[in-house]
Design a protein around this ligand. Structure first.
Ligand code: CO8
Length: 259
């Protein structure tokens, strides 16, 4: 499949890198790009066990939703544009595989929201994060009001959203918005390194762990613990659990099949 705004690479078996590429607008997301991401995500198959999302160039991950497209929208169109982005990001969040955002520069508005829909965020030292929407007369519309408080707590999320302030990578690290900061040339290598560690582990177990974390987060304590218990039990129906434990007991390296 050919894309106009996405570059897809497999630097090694099991790891796929999706690069958003609209350099003239610092990779801002218009509806065409969102639909391309949707098509790509929907078509992922078993050859991808970890997905890395990044932006083209060394300046910007994604500088937000496309302001030139949004400028003339009325209420129904604005609602529809927001729904499109939110649905695509939700698909990313609920993929059965880990998704790493390698944030290589500006992650503003929809760019920050895209990074937050990923499981893990690492960034380059020049990265900048923010939800500047109120300065444009709108609110975060790709689920930022939902995910930012979950990730960093309501107090700081409200400060970022009400002021539109842009924070640097060291501050993003301090507040837990990203897991690590690297120099730009190292960023993709570090993302692939993390993916490689995941590839060594049991794929079904990672999928179930992701489900337990994501779905459990929105439940009460009994619901979340009950869900974990159900999914924990399910692990024992997999060949990978037998293989992992047999390998440990026999002091050999496990060979997981994802079954
Ligand atoms: N949309 C459209 N074009 C953009 C965007 C954007 N978000 N960001 C940058 N561009 C374009 C610029 O217009 C410029 O184009 P041109 O060369 O034709 O003038 C080009 O990219 C380069 O940008 P700059 O010249 O501004 O580069 P600087 O290095 O001076 O500044 C910044 C970089 C700080 C990133 C600056 O471009 C900027 O502030 N961009 C806008 C950031 C922003 O406000 N993002 C949030 C947008 S709103 C949003 O994401 C809402 C999501 C939810 C939507 C819900 C819908 C209902």
């Amino acid at each position: 499949m050919e894309y106009n705004f996405l570059k897809i690479e497999q630097p090694q078996g099991g790891v796929t890198v999706m690069t958003i590429s609209a350099p003239k607008s610092l990779n801002a997301l218009n509806s065409t790009i969102l639909k391309e991401i949707d098509t790509f995500i929907s078509g992922l198959d078993a050859s991808t066990r970890v997905l890395i999302i990044t932006g083209d160039g060394e300046k910007s991950f994604v500088a937000g939703a496309d302001i030139s497209e949004m400028a003339h929208l009325d209420e129904p169109q604005g609602t529809e544009f927001g729904r499109l982005g939110a649905q695509v990001f939700r698909k990313i969040e609920t993929l059965p595989i880990p998704v790493i955002a390698a944030v290589n520069g500006f992650a503003l508005g929809g760019g920050c929201e895209l990074a937050m829909a990923c499981d893990i965020r690492i960034c380059s030292s020049n990265a900048k994060f923010g939800q500047p929407e109120v300065g444009l007369g709108i609110i975060p519309g790709f689920s930022g009001t939902y995910r930012l408080p979950k990730l960093i707590g309501q107090g700081y999320a409200k400060e970022m959203i009400y002021t539109g302030k842009v924070i640097r990578s060291d501050e993003a690290l301090r507040i837990g918005l990203v897991n690590a900061v690297y120099e730009q040339p190292e960023l993709m290598g570090k993302a692939i390194e993390m993916a490689q560690m995941m590839l060594k582990c049991a794929p079904v177990a990672i999928t179930l762990a992701k489900q337990s974390i994501n779905e459990g987060y929105d439940l009460d304590a009994d619901g979340a613990i009950g869900l974990e218990n159900k999914l924990f039990g399910k692990c024992f129906s997999t060949c990978d659990q037998k293989e992992g434990m047999d390998a440990f007991l026999n002091k050999r390296k496990a060979e997981f099949k994802g079954e």
